[in-house]
Design a protein around this ligand. Structure first.
Ligand code: GAR
Length: 200
């Protein structure tokens, strides 16, 4: 049984995709042991509770000092004893200590085809705004292992999505989620659960 902790910051549609794919059996042999949010009002926490999953918030408001926040986040992860940490729309740069401790056991979903439109400051809608501003005709999503850089870890899976005439950032974000993110993140978790994907 692969025990996963899912870290979130917002709406939690990627979390929902994981919950749904575990429920319908397309992710095998996997259990979400804890959902951790850095925002106490994140709707993702409601999704977790609705699914009966342990859900906790670790916020900067509660821990204004970055070092205290990092320690509390690490504690929240450690307590859950996960085999894998999934960053599913987690808009916090992880402390190097956490990355070192969980090396090869942290994955992230990013809403572009890395190395395009990634790195510091590129998250959420900003990624799609940048893709539209550059005028690319194809974008997509990437699941990668997390290393100490921002979006620099080994790429595991990518899926391309067409940009259409008249797209707004919101429309493009939704298409990238539906056609790419909600498919490849569950697929990678299933691959890890089956031992088919490891950090080489
Ligand atoms: C997703 O599009 C995810 O790829 C992105 O935030 C969104 C979260 O949506 N993550 C990043 O931009 C990380 N750099 P969700 O809360 O509905 O899953």
């Amino acid at each position: 049984m692969l025990k996963i902790a899912v870290c979130v910051s917002g709406g939690g549609t990627n979390l929902q995709a994981i919950i749904d794919r575990i429920a319908d059996g397309s992710i095998e042999n996997t259990r979400i042991v804890r959902v951790i949010s850095n925002k106490d009002k994140a709707y993702a926490l409601e999704r977790a509770k609705a699914a009966g999953i342990d859900a906790v918030a670790v916020t900067r408001t509660a821990y204004p000092e970055k070092a205290d926040f990092n320690a509390a986040l690490l504690k929240a992860i450690d307590e859950a004893e996960p085999d894998l940490v999934v960053l599913a729309g987690f808009l916090v740069v992880l402390d190097p200590e956490i990355i070192r401790k969980y090396k090869g056991r942290i994955i992230n979903i990013h809403p572009s085809l890395i190395p395009s439109f990634c790195g510091a400051g590129m998250y959420g809608l900003k990624v799609h705004e940048a893709a539209l501003a550059r005028g690319v005709k194809v974008t997509g999503a990437t699941v990668h292992f997390v290393d100490e850089g921002t979006d620099t870890g080994p790429i595991i899976m990518q899926k391309a999505v067409n940009v259409e005439d008249g797209d707004t950032a919101e429309i493009l974000q939704k298409r990238v989620m539906e056609q790419a993110e909600w498919k490849i993140l569950p697929a990678v978790i299933d691959g890890i659960a089956k031992g088919k994907i490891t950090l080489g």
